[in-house]
Design a protein around this ligand. Sequence first.
Ligand SMILES: [Zn+2]
Length: 479
Amino acid sequence: MNQLTPDLLDAPGPLLLVPDAVLLPEGPVGGYAVVVADGSFRAVGPAEELARTHPGLDAVPLPGHLLMPGFVDAHHHLTQSFGSALAFGEPSEIFRRVWVPLEGALDEEAAYVAAKLAALEALRGGFTTVTDAGTRARVDVDVVASAARDAGIRCVLGLVCNDVQDDATGDGPGTTGSAEDTVRATAVLEGAEKHLARYDGDPLIHPSLAVSIPEAATPTVLQGTARLAAEAGTTVQIHLNEHLAGVERSLLRHGLRPLEHLHRIGALGPQLLAAHATLLTPRELTLLADTGTAVSYNPVASAWKGNAVAPATTMAERDIRFGLGTDGTRGDGFRLADAAEFAQRIAYGLATGDSSCGAGWTWLEHATAGGADAVGLGARTGTVAPGLAADFLLVDLTHPELALSWDVPWELVRRGNRDQITAVFVAGRLRLWHGRPVGWDGPALVRRAAELARTTVEKAPITRAHPTSAEARQRSAAL
Ligand SMILES: [Zn+2]
C-alpha cells in the first residue's frame, strides 16, 4: 500500500510525476517520469533528467503504479445508457425496437443525465476518450457535449446527418427524389457544417458527423459529409456491414454490399470511421486498406448482438486502421481489450492454431493509440508523449493480479480491470480517484439516473423479443 492522496494530484499547476513505470509505445519503461502542464505532457523522460531540467517542481512519487495512456472508446452511444440490459438476448438490429424508441423518449434532463452516467461509467473503466455516434434523442446535441464536459471526459461528438427516413432506419417514409429531398439534404449538410465549427478551441469536445447506416442517407449527404469531415480533419461515423439483414438489403437495392456502395459513391477514406465492419469479404478488406478507412472493432457488441466478429487480427496484419469500441455495452477498458483478444482467438485463432493472435500488445495498442488514430485524434491523445494531451491512468501494480509480472502489456489485457485503476486524468486534470469523480457528486447522479430511467423506459414504445433472464428460466422450466 502507498500513501498517495488525491490532493497531491488535483493541482492546476505543473506536475512532475514519478511512477514505477511508464507505458510508452515500445513498452513499459522503469525510471521514467512525466511533466504535466497546461493539459498536456510537457516532457517524458528519465526521472533524474526531468528533475534536473524542472528544478521548480516537487516530484510526486507514485510507488507501485504504472502510468499508461487512457483507453479510447471508438464507438459509443452515450444517451442509450438507461437501457443497457434491455438489449440483452435480442436478435439483431436492436436499434429499431429498443434504441430509437428509448432515445426518442428522452427529454433534455434525461438525455443529459443518461450521457453523464455513461461518461462516468467510461471514466471508471479507464476511458479518457469516448466517441459518441450521435444521439437520436430530440434534443440539441450540445446537451451531450455538456454532459461529457461536466463529467470531465474527452468526447468525439457525432451529429446524426440522416436524410432518408424509411423503414430500414426505423422512422417512416423514404426518399422519392423530389425537390423536398434536395432541400432536406441541403439542410442536413448546413447543420453538419455548423456543428463542425461549434466547438472550436474546446479542450474536451471534438465534433464529428454520423450517419446511422448507409441506407439512412442519400449519396448527396454521404458524399457531402465525407467532404466536410475530411476538410475539418474529423470523422464521419457510420455503422457498416454489421448485420446480415443490412448487407442483404443493400445487395437488393444497389447490387452492392454497404461498404462497396460507399466505395462506389466515393465515401470511403481516412475520414470514415466504420463501426463494427464485422461482415467483410477479402475484397472489402482490401478496400479498407487501400482507402485508409478506419474501423471500430466492437467485440462485446459482436458477442451480445452481432452476426459475426470483425477480422481484427487480419486488419492489424494488413495495416487497416482500427480502434476498439464498446458500443455502449459496458464501460471497462481492460475488459474490452480482453474481449478483443478473446473474440479473435475464438473466432479465428483456434481454427488456425494461432496461439499468439496478436499477443497482448496488439489489443492494448488498438485500445489506446490505434483508437485515437481511428477517431481522428491521433495527434491529440492515445500515447504518453510530449505535446500530446495528458490523458492517462495510474494503475496499481501491487494487486495480486498484476504484482508478479512477466509481460505487462499482455497482463493488462488479460488480468487487468477497473479495480486496479487508482486515478484517471483527462487533459491534465484528475477526474477520478478510486472510482469516484473528483469535484462532483457521482452517487447523486446515479440516483437521479435510476429515477429518470424508470420513467423514460415506461413511456418509450420499446418492443422486446426476449424476456428477462429470470422469466426465461421460468419459461424453460415450464416447457
Ligand atoms: Zn452503434
